[in-house]
Design a protein around this ligand. Structure first.
Ligand code: CA
Length: 234
């Protein structure tokens, strides 16, 4: 994969770290943009539509969490790697829940960060090569992935979270195949550290309440005991 056309946005207020990262990434032929504040980062995202964002958590003004939420709220799906000063498990969980893809704790080696960037870009390439599915009919429920909405006969119009949209996309791409919880963690949550598969179960359960008429007796998104899940579609 050639990196020359890839755009990376660094959101960090620490000048020495910005200097090192910018230098390293430019040497790897990335096109680098820098924002020292969250609101500037959002402006650059809108203007440049980067391929990846490196996002420091501790920023003056708008925090890294807020930036992440805002960008995901605008439906940008490029990978986000968060930087934090402390190795706090709670930060990791919060970051990943609001849509970050990966996490790296300061101080870190530049080589490690580069490896993570390459891994993320390879995966997002795979994603962007897939034809996006925008409408799914789970009669009597209509799922509109483009607008993250569900038309439910009893509950009316429901909103899907970014994660639920990704989950449905993955399940549709693998419909009528058993899908393990680990596969979902890997491909939808994109965790690189081990985590509880309970996260998957909780999200599946919430998703069922939106896309199933009878969530306790699902017609489409079924559990395969000892295996995982399967989206049954005709
Ligand atoms: Ca900082």
């Amino acid at each position: 994969m050639s990196a020359e056309s890839k755009k990376i946005l660094i959101v960090e207020d620490e000048p020495s770290l910005v200097f090192t990262l910018q230098d390293t990434l430019e040497n790897e032929d990335f096109q680098v943009f820098v924002a020292k504040k969250g609101d500037k980062a959002v402006d650059i995202v809108k203007r440049e539509d980067p391929d990846l964002m490196i996002l420091d958590l501790m920023l003056p003004g708008m925090s890294g969490y807020d930036v992440c939420r805002k960008v995901r709220g605008m439906n940008y799906t490029f990978p986000i790697i968060m930087l934090t000063a402390r190795d706090q498990e709670i930060d990791k969980v919060t970051g990943l829940n609001i849509g970050a893809d990966d996490y790296i704790t300061k101080p870190f080696g530049v080589k490690e960060l580069l490896a993570r960037i390459q891994a993320r870009l390879r995966r997002s390439d795979k994603y962007s090569n897939m034809t996006p599915i925008n409408e799914v009919d789970l009669d009597p429920i209509h799922v509109d992935l483009k607008n993250a909405k569900v038309e439910h006969p009893e509950k009316g119009e429901l909103e899907l979270t970014t994660r639920e949209v990704e989950l449905v996309r993955y399940l549709v791409a693998h419909s009528n195949e058993p899908v393990s919880r680990d596969a979902l963690l890997e491909n939808v949550w994109r965790y690189e550290f081990s985590t509880n598969t309970r996260t998957v179960d909780v999200h599946i359960s919430k998703l069922r309440s939106k896309i199933e008429e009878h969530p306790d007796d699902p017609k489409y998104l079924v559990t395969l005991h000892g295996v995982g899940y399967m989206l049954k579609m005709s």
